[in-house]
Design a protein around this ligand. Structure first.
Ligand SMILES: [Zn+2]
Ligand SMILES: [Zn+2]
Ligand SMILES: [Zn+2]
Ligand SMILES: [Zn+2]
Ligand SMILES: [Zn+2]
Ligand SMILES: [Zn+2]
Ligand SMILES: [Zn+2]
Ligand SMILES: [Zn+2]
Length: 238
């Protein structure tokens, strides 16, 4: 220790001796409620900007300080799960949704995306709802190779069936193929990138299918090839 400090002649820089590091209880350098030299805390100058009831610099708290407007504090933007300002099924302030007053557009709520099992849209495909993707069996009215109600062909129906079977064996691949199939109808464009990366991980799966040689494996391989063809014909480069 410095001899001067030993005799009590510290070299104070604010509250701290810059030679020996000793702290004295005066001359703090306050930054709000905290001395930035020694870390001492005082009960003034707290920072409530991030949270009206808890200081962001020290452990100080205070009660009933939020300025609530419904579920949100107008001062610190904190939210609470009460007094929401509902606009249909969604709170216009915090975005929370509730299972009431949905804005049904057929089978799907256009506000919160909730689905219901009524008023499906079978116009594009009798077997799959264009809005929510729900499937139903034996729905087409075959007139030769085409359905006389929707635009699907018997070949499409075979693809649907295979995707169904595949989904039971392998949920991920089934899902990818379904997205690819929807992409063919101009749907699922946003999901195409995801589908692509997932599908490309299936090289090993392909090899397995080729080796298996069962009718299911052959069908799966055919759908996989079809999916790859959609990808190749899409804007996204493989
Ligand atoms: Zn000192
Ligand atoms: Zn200090
Ligand atoms: Zn504080
Ligand atoms: Zn607040
Ligand atoms: Zn709310
Ligand atoms: Zn809703
Ligand atoms: Zn639907
Ligand atoms: Zn049909």
């Amino acid at each position: 220790m410095n001899l001067r400090c030993l005799f009590g002649k510290h070299e104070w820089s604010g509250c701290k001796c810059w030679t020996c590091g000793k702290i004295r209880g005066t001359e703090h350098n306050w930054s709000g409620c905290k001395c930035y030299r020694c870390g001492t805390i005082r009960d003034e100058g707290h920072d409530w900007a991030e949270n009206c009831e808890s200081c962001s610099r020290c452990p100080a708290t205070r009660k009933a300080a939020h300025k609530w407007h419904g579920c949100k504090c107008t001062a610190c933007k904190k939210t609470r799960d009460e007094q929401h300002i509902w606009s249909g099924c969604k709170c216009s302030t915090c975005g929370k949704t509730r299972d009431e007053e949905h804005s049904w557009s057929g089978c799907k709520c256009s506000t919160c995306e909730k689905k219901r099992d009524e008023e499906h849209n079978w116009s594009r495909d009798c077997g799959r709802c264009a809005r929510c993707g729900k499937m139903r069996k034996d729905a087409h009215t075959w007139n030769g190779p085409r359905c006389s109600v929707c635009a699907r062909t018997t070949a499409d129906a075979r693809v649907d069936e295979t995707i169904d079977q595949l989904s039971e064996i392998d949920t991920q691949l089934g899902g990818v193929l379904m997205i690819m199939d929807l992409a063919r109808y101009g749907e699922g464009e946003a999901l195409r990138g995801t589908a692509k990366s997932l599908l490309l991980q299936y090289t090993a799966f392909r090899a397995l299918l080729s080796a298996a040689g069962t009718p299911e494996a052959t069908a799966a391989l055919a759908v996989h090839n079809l999916a790859l063809k959609y990808l190749e014909s899409s804007q996204i480069q493989l």
